[in-house]
Ligand binder design. Structure first.
Ligand code: DC
Length: 217
């Protein structure tokens, strides 16, 4: 289904289900999708690969300016180590400025886009047509991640994952530049007791309401 130019901003903490929702909404409404977490991960991975320190902002900014959104490879960027490093470099204002510029360019292209991350509704696309803030309690998110790892044949301790989720939340929510928080006009969606299908249908209804409002305007 083509929706006409439309930008959907999705924010929320790690493992809230926002990525799956973003992909499904993009597919349903015929929009491009950008997981902005991958852009921070790409910077972190390039620094790790080059053996560079994670606290050198000038170096990290150089790497951020060179990130190519067309070359983000989820498979190589989704490791735990890269995620940890990404949340450390994501506190750097000059890295954020470089990546936000690229993310905005992506959102400007027709037919519009779904972007998911931490600061999409507040900073990257404050004029987005629909804003969603997806949450779930930390134990529920840790449990989802733990099951994913086991289902993929991996091994992990639930307690370690919970500690990790809580540490990542604290870092993402307490940084001075663009902390994770809902935009004042975001629809809040707590998926703690929702399966992904119900979450998708609820999110889709928010978008359909906006489209109906437009067609009447
Ligand atoms: O969603 P993720 O786990 O792939 O994100 C990795 C890190 O990147 C996360 O800890 C915070 C940061 N991030 C951010 O600061 N702003 C975004 N829009 C997306 C991710």
């Amino acid at each position: 289904m083509m929706a006409g130019y439309l930008v959907i901003a999705i924010d929320g903490p790690a493992a809230s289900g926002k990525g799956t929702l973003a992909r499904r909404l993009a597919e349903h409404f015929g929009l491009d999708h950008l997981d902005t977490g991958l852009t921070y991960r790409a910077v972190a991975k390039a620094l790790l690969d080059a053996g560079l320190p994670l606290d050198d902002e000038a170096e990290a900014q150089k790497v951020a300016l060179a990130v190519d959104l067309a070359k983000l490879d989820r498979d190589v960027l989704s490791t735990h180590e890269v995620g940890e490093a990404a949340s450390r470099i994501a506190v750097m204002p000059s890295v954020r400025r470089a990546l936000v510029e690229k993310q905005r360019e992506f959102a400007r292209r027709a037919p519009g886009a779904v972007l998911d991350g931490r600061d999409i509704g507040t900073v990257v696309c404050p004029d987005a047509d629909v804003k969603l803030y997806i949450t779930a309690t930390a134990p529920v998110r840790a449990d989802r991640r733990w099951r994913e790892i086991l289902a993929g044949g991996g091994q992990a301790e639930y307690a370690d994952i919970l500690a990790d989720v809580e540490r990542r939340d604290a870092r993402d929510m307490s940084r001075t530049d663009s902390p994770l928080k809902p935009a004042p006009d975001a629809h809040l969606l707590d998926t703690s007791e929702m399966d992904i299908e119900t979450a998708f249908l609820t999110a889709r209804a928010f978008v359909e309401k906006e489209l109906a409002r437009r067609s009447k305007a």
